[in-house]
Design a protein around this ligand. Structure first.
Ligand code: GDP
Length: 194
């Protein structure tokens, strides 16, 4: 199974620009370079969606995509790109927090992580927002192909512990080998089915 029909619904800097849709929504977030674009492209079976270009100016917006006419993916900007973090703090308070707090059809957060990195403060902030809004989280550890199977399992366990989620909720995915995608889709289907 794979999603096929993907269309851009809206690009939003503020709540007035959120799309007028009542389909269940799934948010994608993660540190810059963790592999978020790769994951989304693998889920929708595209080499590259037009939007994934990291054009300056496009990077501080929420991108909404309707997927197979049944759900919406909200792609949020990768965080922590600029050192210092004030940019990221603004993005959290102006863009991410209002969306997570007010978007009633939001059903799950896919938190994209690099399997080789321990979650940082920004990742933990995302977890805090999700918990505060009772939003289920699907942690996805990308780049699983960079580690041996055993080292990958250990790394995922460390990530789970830092995020304070059960180990079995963390998915291990390789965008290169296309492994683990199906499990993430199943999680998304389960969370958006209600
Ligand atoms: P984003 O900034 O989170 O959207 O990250 P990208 O999807 O652009 O990925 C950042 C870099 O990591 C790119 O060079 C990708 O090719 C690479 N990458 C992403 N996912 C994987 C993966 O699962 N395995 C490997 N080996 N490389 C990956």
């Amino acid at each position: 199974m794979q999603y096929h029909d993907v269309k851009l619904l809206a690009t939003a800097a503020n709540r007035e620009q959120w799309p007028d849709s009542d389909l269940p929504e799934v948010m994608f977030a993660g540190r810059s370079n963790a592999g978020k674009s790769t994951l989304i492209n693998a889920l929708v079976n595209r080499k590259k969606l037009a939007y994934t270009g990291k054009t300056p100016g496009k990077t501080r917006l929420l991108n909404f995509f309707e997927v197979d006419g049944k759900m919406v993916f909200c792609d949020s900007p990768g965080y922590g790109y600029a050192k210092g973090g004030s940019d990221t703090a603004l993005m959290f308070s102006n863009l991410i927090d209002p969306y997570m707090t007010e978007r009633t059809q939001l059903k799950a957060l896919v938190l994209v992580l690099d399997i080789r990195r321990i979650p940082n403060d920004d990742d933990l902030t995302m977890m805090d927002y999700a918990r505060a809004n009772h939003l289920p989280v699907i942690p996805v550890c990308m780049k699983a192909d960079k580690l041996s199977r055993g080292a990958g399992i250990q790394a995922a366990a460390k990530i789970a512990s830092a995020l304070r989620v059960p180990r079995e909720t963390c998915r291990m995915v390789s965008g290169t080998l296309k492994t683990g995608i199906e499990e993430v889709m199943q999680d998304i289907e389960t969370k958006t089915a209600v």
